[in-house]
Design a protein around this ligand. Structure first.
Ligand SMILES: [Zn+2]
Ligand SMILES: [Zn+2]
Length: 218
């Protein structure tokens, strides 16, 4: 097994799948944003004239910027392992399943957090990826203004472009604070989403095996 960068005709698909937006925010813009946030927080009830809160707008903006750093990309994500097709000469299918991978995101409808766990399965062909890279991949898409469905789709699209596997499965379960903190929804605080690509699409047995490995009862 060698350890090297892998670029091929799918590189364009890979870059497109990551959907990056490099951010350039000037000091002047930041000062203006701090004033805007101070005005909102102040009007909504926060006393900004205490030692604990006078820098809150600045800290809030910094934290928000960091929590959305997924738009910037992750250069350490590019490495994949070259390997033989694990299916052997006949490409027999066997799953690699990783999880739980904890993630934190911001819902694009309310800009409130949602957070939970991701499980990723794939059926390797000639490329493998380690659990640390899968964690980076989940973070790349979670640390944005997002919706749970899109995070799962983007993970699946990017893995397909990176690894050209026989199939990809993604399961996400998350708590959405935009509903929970406002008491809109009383029951079932977990939202579940699944994504199937390649062999998983037409193979109920593979899907059931994946979900049982994720601890989901069917
Ligand atoms: Zn929301
Ligand atoms: Zn294969």
């Amino acid at each position: 097994m060698s350890f090297d960068f892998h670029f091929d005709p799918d590189e364009q698909d890979f870059l497109a799948a990551m959907d990056l937006h490099r951010r350039h925010i000037s000091e002047e813009q930041m000062r203006k944003f701090e004033g805007d946030i101070a005005a909102i927080f102040g009007a909504f009830g926060l006393n900004l004239n205490t030692p604990a809160t006078k820098d809150t707008p600045q800290r809030f903006l910094r934290a928000l910027f960091d929590a959305t750093e997924g738009y910037e990309g992750d250069p350490k994500l590019l490495t994949v392992f070259e390997t033989e097709c694990r299916g052997g000469p006949d490409c027999r299918l066997s799953q690699v399943i990783e999880g739980p991978i904890q993630f934190y995101s911001l819902c694009e409808h309310h800009a409130f957090p949602f957070y939970g766990q991701a499980y990723i399965g794939y059926i390797a062909h000639e490329h493998l990826i380690g659990i640390s890279k899968l964690t980076r991949l989940v973070r790349l898409f979670a640390r944005r203004f997002a919706v749970q469905e899109r995070i799962g789709q983007q993970i699946a699209d990017t893995l397909e472009a990176m690894l050209q596997p026989h199939g990809v499965a993604v399961y996400l379960a998350a708590h959405h604070l935009c509903t929970q903190m406002r008491g809109v929804r009383e029951t079932s605080p977990l939202t579940h989403t699944t994504f199937w690509r390649g062999e998983y699409d037409g193979n109920a047995e593979l899907r059931a095996e994946f979900l049982s490995m994720c601890g989901v009862q069917r």
